[in-house]
Design a protein around this ligand. Structure first.
Ligand code: DGY
Length: 323
């Protein structure tokens, strides 16, 4: 039996899988583990099952001389210094696939909520201010038949494209490399360079991972290129969007609205953004369904156990560089 640190509260079903094989020390609270606590507790652990709110950097790795495996409870793993883990021979895993549909669903929830002013309408009703039906009130913009621009056509981007077909939307995409023509046909998508996508889309939805290349990919210049009637949707990672430039673009009417699930300095939100009625702001809940969070936990556990037994974890992101 090895010593494992789990830095968040997970479903019992998931904990049972790990506890069957190893000694688990778990942070049983619904708030991120404090930095000092993480540094203290990781010291004698062989396995770490961590959350996106844990910065697993050189300092953490230096505090963990026995660490053999890091399993992240997320598909994105920009919270982990993978290069530093690789140098120490530690496999790192993520949870791809199991949260694709939940995140694509929430992307569509944001598309609909922003364009149809769902949150504003809800607030108005709760405030007791739904007085009459009148023809020119709460006018939003149609979603059906519009153009959706998907930035990053990976698993989640493709799942969003599939949903867009149901709304009879035209779909442009931008990716590092265009996908196969047969897949483009199947998904009903058309490649566009980034600036063309920005200029032609009614909804621009971000689905790239956070890297040094994608940080502030959507900046003040990007907002200038977008239609004044367009919406920005981000369910990927906050720092991909320059949030101050977004706030300015919303305030000055450079774009029509934004639906965000993620923020540049999470959980803080850029001052001014909260005041924008045309922004729908969610607390990073793209994968938050009972089914998905359980699947993510089981996947992270599976990776953790494989790594600890010296096998290749099924979702290892640095295996080739280690072995
Ligand atoms: C992820 O998986 O990367 C999400 O942001 C958390 O579910």
């Amino acid at each position: 039996m090895m010593k494992i640190l789990v830095t968040g509260r997970l479903p019992e079903e998931v904990m049972a899988v790990i506890k069957k094989e190893h000694h688990v020390e778990a942070h049983g609270e619904d708030r991120p583990m404090e930095r000092q606590r993480l540094l203290d507790l990781v010291g004698d652990k062989e396995g770490l099952l961590c959350m996106i709110t844990d910065r697993v950097d050189k300092e953490v790795l230096d505090s963990a001389p026995y660490l053999k495996m890091i399993a992240n409870l997320a598909v994105g793993y920009d919270n982990i210094d993978v290069a530093a883990a690789t140098l120490r021979g530690i496999p790192v895993s993520n949870t791809p696939g199991v949260l694709t549909d939940a995140t694509a669903d929430l992307t569509f929830a944001l598309i609909l909520a922003t364009a149809r002013r769902v949150v504003e309408g809800d607030k108005r009703t709760r405030a007791g201010r739904f007085r009459f039906w009148v023809p020119l009130q709460f006018l939003g913009r149609e979603v059906s038949g519009k153009t959706l621009g998907i930035v990053g056509l990976g698993r989640i981007g493709r799942a969003v494209a599939r949903r867009a077909r149901g709304f009879e939307m035209g779909v442009l995409y931008n990716n590092r490399h265009p996908i196969e023509v047969s897949l483009e046909k199947e998904l009903g998508v058309e490649y566009a360079d980034f600036n063309t996508l920005l200029a032609q889309s009614d909804f621009v939805s971000i689905h790239v991972p956070l890297t040094e290349e994608t940080r502030h990919l959507v900046d003040g210049e990007a907002f200038k290129r977008m239609k004044t009637t367009a919406y920005l949707i981000n369910t990927s990672r906050g720092p991909i969007v320059d949030e101050r430039a977004l706030e300015k673009a919303l305030r000055e009417g450079k774009i029509a609205g934004a639906g965000l699930d993620v923020y540049e300095n999470e959980p803080s939100v850029t001052p001014g953004l909260m005041e924008q009625e045309n922004a729908v702001l969610l607390p990073h809940m793209g994968s938050a369904t009972i089914e998905t969070r359980t699947r993510m936990g089981l996947k992270a556990a599976e990776n953790l156990l494989a790594g600890l037994s010296g096998k290749r974890p099924p979702d290892c992101v640095n295996w080739e560089d280690i072995s």
